[in-house]
Design a protein around this ligand. Structure first.
Ligand code: SF4
Length: 387
């Protein structure tokens, strides 16, 4: 099989891994890529906010682990495919010299042992950095159970790394995998990554991220967001991703619904999303909104309001829910309210708040129209503002 054919197979499997800069404006974009001719090329957003393309793939797809939500788990019957580090490095280097790419996102199923897999991932990056003098973006996935030495080696060559936490806590985790150890394989490496990339440390420059899988266990949004807020504040994580579990993908527990890998993959992107998955996709969307509030809007975990079932409202975004529960906070004066307060106004994001703060310094405001906001934004914000 030539390298491109292998990439066609391996990149389809990589679509479940969102922990990268790919398509951050729209995580659903990952799924749409699976049916395109070069599924290993992903639209992404550059550091300056412009569009770009990332090559994203696994190095190998035959996993020794048994995660019940994953179509690559060890008891599946499908053709194993793998790329050697030299093969991957030379293909990527040749490809990006003909067509501009933002960089490489490299992940893998666990190929034998975590150490062996990490060696393959890191060797690919090492060949690119040392052999080809490649200076662009490389994201390496950290395999669960990796040693400190393997993580150090990845940090040496990567621009960004990620290790998926998958679930908020051991109880949920143990429902999804018998072969992985939450404390040893996930939490300890995550803590080590935090130390090595902390401000002032040797690898401060390396961006870090992680991912929760949503709805594969009976975890609650409340638990996910509690873990999320702690991962940002205590582990100084750069970014979190949320991936809605797709019923049927690797789920061995649904009687009479065992399906092959190719059938599982054909469920993606959105032609056949079982009704029961609709809520999970909406949960994923609400979690992304809440995550933005944590990272960009000054919200803390205690600001979130949950329904009786422990989840965020499916019907309204978490910022609107907070605003409706705190009528005493409004209306805010657009002339005097602080930037932090304005960020609590439904409809206003950091860009529009900055525009208001700058605009009111430069010219008098006599009505809300003077803010020169798009009409859809203004109508959403209007009930919460005053002059
Ligand atoms: S470790 Fe688990 S989630 Fe990752 S590829 Fe293997 S089975 Fe899938």
């Amino acid at each position: 099989m030539d390298t491109q054919s292998k990439l066609d197979i391996l990149s389809r499997d990589a679509q479940y891994d969102l922990s990268c800069a790919c398509g951050t404006k729209n995580p659903q974009e990952h799924r749409k890529r699976s049916n395109s001719s070069s599924g290993w090329l992903y639209p992404t957003t550059t550091a300056s906010g412009g569009p770009g393309i990332m090559l994203k793939t696994l190095l190998g797809n035959r996993c020794t682990n048994d995660c019940k939500y994953c179509p690559l788990r060890n008891n599946q019957d499908f053709r194993p495919t793998a790329l050697a580090p030299k093969e991957m490095a030379s293909f990527f280097y040749e490809f990006q010299s003909k067509r501009p790419l933002i960089g490489l996102f490299l992940s893998s199923a666990v190929l034998g042992t975590p150490e062996k897999t990490m060696e393959m991932l890191t060797d690919t990056a090492k060949i690119l950095r040392r052999g080809y003098n490649y200076r662009g973006y490389i994201h390496l996935k950290i395999i669960p159970g990796s040693s400190k030495e393997s993580i150090d080696e990845a940090l040496r060559y990567a621009s960004a790394i990620s290790l998926n936490i998958e679930t908020p806590g051991l109880d949920h985790f143990s429902k999804l995998s018998d072969s992985k150890d939450y404390e040893h394989d996930i939490l300890k490496p995550l803590n080590y990554i935090a130390q090595q990339t902390a401000k002032g440390s040797r690898y401060e420059r390396v961006h870090t991220s992680s991912q929760f899988i949503v709805g594969a266990s009976d975890e609650l949004d409340r638990e996910i967001l509690l873990y999320s807020s702690r991962m940002y504040s205590e582990l100084h994580l750069g970014r979190l991703y949320f991936s809605a579990y797709q019923r049927g993908l690797g789920d061995p527990a649904i009687p009479g619904e065992e399906i092959t890998l190719s059938e599982q993959l054909s469920l993606f992107p959105d032609e056949v999303i079982p009704t029961s998955n609709t809520n999970i996709l909406t949960r994923e969307h609400r979690l992304y909104q809440a995550d933005f509030l944590l990272r960009k809007y000054g919200f803390g975990f205690d600001d979130f309001l949950f329904a009786k079932d422990g989840n965020l409202s499916l019907d309204a975004d978490p910022k609107l829910v907070w605003a409706q529960a705190n009528p005493q906070f409004y209306p805010l004066s657009v002339k005097r309210a602080s930037r932090e307060a304005l960020l609590r106004v439904p409809g206003l994001g950091p860009v529009y708040v900055n525009r208001i703060v700058k605009g009111r310094r430069e010219a008098p405001i006599s009505c809300l129209e003077d803010l020169r906001l798009p009409s859809s934004v203004l109508e959403k914000a209007r009930p919460f503002l005053t002059i």
